[in-house]
Ligand binder design. Structure first.
Ligand code: M6R
Length: 598
């Protein structure tokens, strides 16, 4: 799980180092424990630093460093701790070739043992370093750079996106297998990167590489080939993202910007998919998918919480549905008939556990669907069908607008596949963007955050549709504040967690929609009796107001859309708590945006 980038300008010595360093800042969400660059001229210059990108930037002599081609890497450690030595790029014994890699090389131990026995010296503990040494051997055998690169890649087992530069050559050589790689076709040069934000300010014209493909970018163009070296015809797509979509646009953090983008994200998600006239939902991408006999959702983290919500939506429409942690899914253990559907929910489309679960479902013969944000992502290709949530790029590690868009997309999916929509439902979906805007405009979450920022722990509770969003509220709180936070279906509290509740553990209660029941109010009373302050997220005034300490209001909607609104208040509560505590909000410790290892 890392970000890689490569660039060759159309004319030599045109700011390669600036393009690479700026591009890395657009990839930092993929990992940020160390970073490095390599610039190829008559020799290869490598700079690497432990820590965030700023450490590397202050080590690189931007003014005196330039060349014909460059690569860069921002790392989330898997093999070896984050140190200067383990940061990429890695080189061969002579410094002729430099390589950056995203993924895991499963056979690196055997390769390294062979290479060391043959006299190659290693500087790092990484799996990646075998690649430049394998290239070195091929070069010594007389292969040209492209052949040497191809021969080295052919010996790897595992997952990889790899970029390499050679001394004295103008090109960047790249290959992908189960890790993302996209080419950017610019007017001033050619880019290649793990994700589009790396070069979006230079071009919106892209070529998505497929597994098993190689690409060479050089000043005169890009060449894509298959494993055997045959040229592959590719099409250049124009993506709909604007450069400012990948910037902070004046907000303090990407997370804050992305929370505020939710009205727009939801408008994009529903665009062209709702009919006001007959109250139906249609999702063009789904083609012939009919009412499923059963649905399994497979997902991780926030996407798993969206899946819990979706499973309930389907069950309420009479379709048996369950959500599974993707890492625990065993398609063979829960047999499905051939009208069942396995849905992988993944914002990035690159989460290894979710991809693995989808592959298992494919092997078991199930029909599969990916619900993802990233066009051309691995998930979009692993499944039989793909539905895009259209949230736009999400940079902050904490998922916010993509969770909202997932919920809306999955609500539409359940309506479309069960023919259960109605004019009222379409109206309620259309109202969501304005309702979210009103929450953003009037939220008192910052005041609540300030009041409880020194709490020992936070508990989040909800019932029915409010239960998944309680889990999500707790995940967001722990992820960005580093405070202990747990979410529970409210009824579960008295079966154990209540022992932890006291006057220093605020309880955030989702008391909206069906969660407004007498039982829910009873659960609120249970925690109050133990001295806990209660923050209610509610669409109601009367009965709740008198029982709680703080109120975070949401407008009324249909019960099943309530969590989409309630979640906005929970996001703001976490954001402002983390802000108050001075946390690294966009890049919380130990985490990365895209988790490409199982
Ligand atoms: O890209 P995905 O949706 O597959 O990512 C799954 C989780 O890693 C992710 O939702 C994670 O839990 C969030 N970053 C938390 O905010």
């Amino acid at each position: 799980m890392c970000g890689i980038i490569g660039y060759t300008p159309a004319e030599t010595n045109q700011g390669v180092i600036d393009v690479i360093l700026d591009g890395l800042s657009g990839l930092e969400y993929r990992g940020y424990d160390s970073a490095g660059v390599a610039i190829a001229d008559s020799s290869v210059s490598v700079f690497k630093r432990e820590g965030e990108l700023s450490e590397l930037e202050s080590a690189v002599p931007r003014d005196s460093l330039d060349g014909d081609a460059g690569i860069g890497h921002t790392r989330w450690s898997t093999h070896g701790p984050p140190t200067d030595a383990n940061a990429h790029p890695h080189t061969d014994c002579h410094g002729t070739v430099a390589v950056a890699h995203n993924g895991i090389i499963e056979n690196y131990r055997a390769l390294r043992a062979e290479l060391e026995a043959a006299g190659h010296e290693f500087d790092s503990a990484t799996d990646t370093e075998v690649i430049p040494h394998l290239i070195e051997i091929a070069l010594e055998q007389g292969a040209d750079a492209e052949t040497a690169f191809r021969r080295a890649i052919g010996q790897l087992e595992g997952s990889y996106a790899v970029v390499a530069v050679f001394s004295g050559l103008e090109g960047v050589y790249a290959a992908r297998h189960q890790s993302p790689l996209v080419v950017g076709v610019g007017e001033d040069g050619y880019h290649i990167a793990s994700d589009v934000p790396a070069f979006l300010e230079h071009t919106d014209r892209v070529i998505y590489l497929q597994d098993g493909q190689f690409a060479t970018i050089c000043p005169s163009g890009v060449e894509v080939t298959d494993e055997r070296g045959s040229i592959v015809e590719t099409s250049v797509e124009t993506i709909a993202w604007e450069p400012e979509d990948a910037g902070k646009s004046g907000y303090g953090h990407y997370m804050q910007k992305e929370i505020n983008e939710q009205p727009r994200a939801i408008r994009d998600c529903i665009r062209g998919r709702l009919s006001d006239l007959d109250g139906t939902v249609s999702i063009d991408e789904l083609g012939g998918v009919g009412r499923p006999s059963a649905v399994h959702f497979v997902a991780c983290g926030t996407s798993y919480h969206a899946s819990l919500y979706a499973a309930r939506l389907f069950r309420d429409r009479g379709v048996p549905a369950m959500a599974f942690h993707a890492s625990e899914y065993d398609a063979d253990a829960v047999p499905l008939d051939n009208e069942a559907l396995v849905v992988g929910v993944t914002q990035s489309g690159e989460t290894a556990d979710t991809l693995s679960a989808l592959r298992g479902a494919n092997r078991a013969g199930a029909e599969t669907l990916s619900v993802t944000n990233v066009v051309g992502s691995s998930a979009s290709r692993e499944a039989d069908h793909v539905m895009y949530i259209r949230a736009g790029p999400e940079i902050s590690v904490a998922a916010t607008k993509t969770f909202a868009s997932q919920q809306v997309a999955l609500a539409m999916l359940s309506d479309a596949l069960t023919d259960a929509s109605s004019r009222g439902s379409v109206e309620a979906l259309r109202a969501l963007p304005d309702q979210i805007q009103s929450i953003l405009d009037d939220s008192r979450a910052r005041e609540s955050a300030d009041t409880y920022a020194d709490a020992d722990a936070y508990f989040f509770i909800g019932r029915g549709y409010g239960a998944p969003v309680a889990l999500e509220g707790a995940l967001k709180m722990k992820e960005i504040t580093y405070k202990h936070a747990e979410g529970f279906p409210a009824g579960e509290l008295k079966h154990g967690p209540l022992a932890l509740v006291n006057e220093r553990t605020p309880v955030v209660a989702v008391v909206s929609g069906e969660s407004k029941s007498e039982k829910m109010l009873g659960n609120v009373k249970e925690v109050e009796a133990r001295g806990a302050p209660v923050i209610a997220v509610t669409d109601s005034a009367g009965e709740v107001q008198s029982d709680v300490d703080d109120i975070l209001r949401v407008p009324q909607t249909k019960p099943r859309f309530m969590p989409i609104l309630a979640n906005v208040q929970l996001q703001l509560l976490s954001y402002w708590t983390a802000h108050r505590l001075g946390r690294s909000i966009d890049k919380p410790r130990n985490l990365a945006k895209s988790v490409t290892v199982e």
